[in-house]
Design a protein around this ligand. Sequence first.
Ligand code: GTP
Ligand code: MG
Length: 307
Amino acid sequence: MNIPTGKIESNEFYIGVAFKRANESARLIRLKTSGSRLQKSQMVETIKLETIKETLSDFLEKIQRAFPNYRELSPFYQELIKCYFDVGDFRKSLAAMMWASEKINEFYKMYKHKIVKCTQLQKINQFRTEFYGRASSTMRQINKNLQLLEEARKILNDFPVVKKMNTVCIAGFPNVGKTTLLSKLTKSKPEIASYSFTTKRLNIGYSNDIQFIDTPGTLNRFEKMNTIERQAVLAMRYVADKIIYIFDLTEIYPIEDQLKLLDVVKEFKKPVIIYLSKTDILDDYKEFAKKHNAVTTIEELKQILSS
Ligand SMILES: Nc1nc2c(ncn2[C@@H]2O[C@H](COP(=O)(O)OP(=O)(O)OP(=O)(O)O)[C@@H](O)[C@H]2O)c(=O)[nH]1
Ligand SMILES: [Mg+2]
């Protein structure tokens, strides 16, 4: 997904850069130009206008191009974006970049024409000032949009990078060993801790041709979910081909609750593999494993995944 790498600045920043460049270009052209005072002034002021127009359109078009086209995104990212900001506002703000660029270009043509046709020296400065004012005012009108796009950029930067490939999501109650399993199945080294809710973002790992997504949180209350939990649900709904559901008989969560959550996970209508974690510290788990058709070793799990 396209995400701007640099910060989206304020209108004042872009205007500041454009005006500064205009003065630099003017200084260079002044040294080279010969002719009457009127001709020189026409030349210098036209260059200023052109530099401002070019600089601002360049900034605005780059901002617009740096963002993803919402309609071309996969359903996963479309839904993810909807959880964080208003898509209509986002698209309007992108369109505002082009609107401003075109507006400034129109002013440029108009004032360039006036300057070229002008025969009075003082009037040339007046036209330049007017153009500066109108370009600044146009940029001021899109400042809210620039701010919104900067917010969107920060949010998009925090999105997980999910590839289009065979994907297995790992789900289960907090602290059951989801992240530990991810690190055993792949080469990734995510954070693992002996307390719940360690995983604050989607951990993604790869092994051969499978993408594994470690999905934190309890997944039975979409409306009240925090941001990572929503990502987890959307990953299961839109990206997962299979889901590994982890049961943990050593934790505080009652089996009934873990079974309820399993029902929620089954609603995604994906094949679910049940894995029983922490069997190394369990005395008696064979009966449970048999009853729920649970896998109890990594080797067995790997075999099922590759078949
Ligand atoms: N003995 C034993 N401990 C395990 C096993 N798997 C995980 N643990 C321990 O269980 C605790 C939680 O493991 P995590 O992998 O962080 O669990 P999680 O499900 O990702 O936890 P959250 O991200 O907080 O939801 C850690 O202290 C792990 O060391 C296992 O197979 N055996
Ligand atoms: Mg975790």
